[in-house]
Design a protein around this ligand. Structure first.
Ligand code: GLN
Length: 307
């Protein structure tokens, strides 16, 4: 690419640049080279991806070229495209992201999808939903966006994450439906109140020793505290399963994202806790076990006592 320093038109059109950058990204082992080239060029031009093709023969000015070149450099140095543009779509909603939060993954949409039937209450009763470790807020915001009639509570131990999530909730006009708090797992919850109907979480579940083997984009840029599930990867999942029943009403549901190979462990942990029905495991779109659903067992207290 030529050096660029003025706002004179260059000889590069948008289509030339998409093609050139896709090839350059491919040479630098960037996955989804063409689509990432389009996303970054659209971002540099402050336009939509479709407009790149509608104006395919439009020449870029030197300033635009310079801006784009800086983005290309950041991407080939390993920065995830979502952190460069500051946004990632989740559940068809644009979520602001930054290095204090995990970039929302498509497979996490399976967690949202799995709990929707539970929130779809024809009787019209308001449900209380808690998300533990909300990160960017993608899950709780998607749920509140689908079912604004329920009441939502979300926490994260990172203040920067809570700030990002609140910004996203405001963007999608659900902030008034969600109470936020910053703290460690259940530190701010009153035990034994059993008030929630649903607890959702995509906790850190990668084994510590596997972190180094992750793609450099993830390993070097995404927050480790959102990924690292300790020695066996199950520390947070175990903590949630062992403690969540204290905040969940009888018949309430826990929905957890987990790694593709954690099904047996999650089933064992749930069985050992002795408070839940056998977990139902749901696969993601790639056919991997991804979501565990478990219902809190128990006898409902008598509500109408007739003499
Ligand atoms: N799914 C994420 C990954 O593969 C991990 C998310 C998590 O630990 N909760 O990197």
């Amino acid at each position: 690419m030529p050096n660029a320093s003025t706002d004179k038109p260059s000889s590069w059109t948008t289509l030339d640049l998409v093609k050139w950058t896709a090839g350059y990204f491919k040479d630098h082992q960037v996955e989804s080279a063409r689509s990432e080239a389009e996303i970054l060029l659209a971002h540099a031009l402050k336009t939509r991806r479709i407009d790149l093709y509608l104006n395919h023969d439009q020449p870029l000015c030197e300033d635009e070229l310079k801006r784009f070149k800086a983005l290309i450099k950041r991407r080939v140095q390993g920065e995830p495209v979502a952190y460069i543009t500051g946004t990632r779509e989740f559940w068809s909603l644009a979520m602001a992201v930054n290095p204090s939060v995990l970039v929302p993954r498509p497979e996490t949409e399976c967690l949202v999808e799995a709990v929707l039937p539970f929130l779809d209450d024809h009787a019209g009763s308001m449900k209380r939903v808690l998300e533990m470790g909300a990160g960017s807020g993608a899950i709780i915001i998607a749920l509140a966006h689908e079912y604004p009639e329920h009441h939502y509570v979300a926490m994260d131990r990172s203040a920067a994450a809570v700030q990002t999530a609140r910004q996203n909730a405001r963007t999608h006009k659900v902030d008034h439906r969600i109470d936020w708090f910053c703290g460690n797992w259940d530190a701010a919850l009153l035990p034994d109140r059993e008030t929630f109907d649903l607890i959702v979480s995509n906790p850190p579940y990668i084994r510590s020793r596997d972190i180094n083997g992750l793609q450099p984009e993830i390993r070097n840029h995404e927050p480790q505290i959102a990924l690292d599930g300790d020695g066996d990867g199950l520390r947070c999942i175990r903590h949630i399963i062992e403690s969540a029943h204290r905040y969940l009403r009888i018949g309430g549901l826990i929905a957890l994202e987990m790694a593709y190979d954690q099904k047996n462990d999650v089933q064992d942990i749930a069985a050992e806790a002795g408070k839940y029905s056998a977990p139902q495991i749901i696969k993601d779109y790639s056919g991997h076990d991804r979501v565990a659903l478990m219902v809190k067992k128990g006898l409902r207290p008598h509500t109408n006592f007739v003499i």
